[in-house]
Design a protein around this ligand. Structure first.
Ligand SMILES: [Cu+2]
Length: 214
């Protein structure tokens, strides 16, 4: 009996560090009144990096589109600007708010250039291609360990996004969507919140957020 008790205590001690680093799952349910944004990104600002390898950290172009609508890099990180397409492209940015302006000129198929993410944390810089004006994407300067992102379908008014594995101690949830006011919330494990989404001063729906311990 004593032995079993001792074993139980041993396992308990082994598990203790895991429990104190318990992780959480945040569920975000978006209801848009009109067409949704091209992309939705959610993360906790105080969930310090490194960025997970699973999030895109290079810009690439294929089939006359940017492969990922949003790519991420830590401030100071060098990302690649690639053209994996069969046609010429270009990449440029002109973002006064973030103080970013560049133009890589003509980028033939197969080229890859280095670009340093040298703008402020939390800023998402819009990039485009001067040859194909409909092409657009964003490069976000972030240094967090977990990111959830989605590219909604054009007519998808209900979108669910799950942000998993964030440690309990991170509390500053941020939702970024191109063209929208950012949504910032303090959310503790077990917490719930509802926020309005605003685009160009007009309400465009609501997001309901809940956070559970895993
Ligand atoms: Cu192009």
């Amino acid at each position: 009996m004593k032995r079993i008790l001792g074993l139980g205590l041993g396992i308990g001690l082994l598990l203790a560090p895991l429990v104190s680093f318990a992780e959480t799952v945040t569920t975000l349910k978006f209801e848009f009144t009109k067409r949704p944004p091209r992309a939705i990104v959610a993360y906790y600002e105080d969930d310090k990096g490194p960025l997970p390898e699973s999030v895109p950290q290079n810009v690439d172009q294929k089939d006359k589109q940017f492969v990922d609508m949003v790519v991420f890099g830590k401030k100071g990180q060098t990302i690649k600007l690639k053209n994996s397409d069969t046609v010429d492209h270009n990449i440029y940015a002109r973002d006064k708010d973030a103080g970013v302006e560049f133009d890589i000129g003509l980028a033939p198929p197969g080229t890859a250039l280095d670009k340093k993410v040298d703008w402020g944390e939390g800023k998402f810089v819009k990039i485009g291609c001067k040859i194909h004006p409909k092409m657009r994407a964003w490069v976000g300067s972030v240094d967090v360990a977990h990111i959830a992102s989605i590219e909604p379908e054009k007519k998808q008014k209900s979108v669910e996004l799950i942000l998993a594995d964030v440690p309990k101690k991170a509390k500053k949830l941020r939702v970024w969507m191109p063209g929208y006011d950012e949504v910032s919330l303090e959310l503790v494990p077990g917490g719930k919140a509802v926020a309005e989404m605003v685009r160009k001063g007009k309400p465009r729906g609501k997001v309901s957020v809940s956070r559970a311990e895993k």
